[in-house]
Ligand binder design. Structure first.
Ligand code: SF4
Length: 99
């Protein structure tokens, strides 16, 4: 990759490492509250594309916890869409390898 080319999201996410905690997911979405939301901001605001439509049922979302950068955007901007977000337990979550 040339230094003049913009980095893809996948390249940017590759620069992070995530320590998963499957027994205690740090993001939960209330599907009923999300379905009732008119704008479904969740699908647009996350810089890491953690929230994507479920291909089998587009009214639901899939949550890729392992891509979360812990920026907190969804916690504040989409709390009215049923997002419950907290920092992962100690030692878990995102690790920034480069800067
Ligand atoms: S905290 Fe940031 S990166 Fe993580 S899911 Fe929310 S918006 Fe996406």
């Amino acid at each position: 990759m040339s230094h003049d080319e913009p980095m893809s999201l996948a390249d940017k996410l590759y620069r992070t490492r995530y320590e998963p905690d499957p027994a205690h997911p740090h993001i939960q979405v209330d599907p009923e509250q999300l379905r009732a939301a008119a704008t479904r901001k969740l699908l647009k605001i996350c810089p890491a594309e953690v929230y994507t439509p479920d291909p089998n049922n587009p009214s639901n979302v899939q949550v890729s916890h392992e891509n979360c950068l812990e920026c907190g955007t969804c916690r504040h901007a989409a709390a009215d869409e049923g997002v419950q977000w907290k920092f992962p337990d100690g030692g878990k979550g995102v690790k920034y390898r480069y800067g």
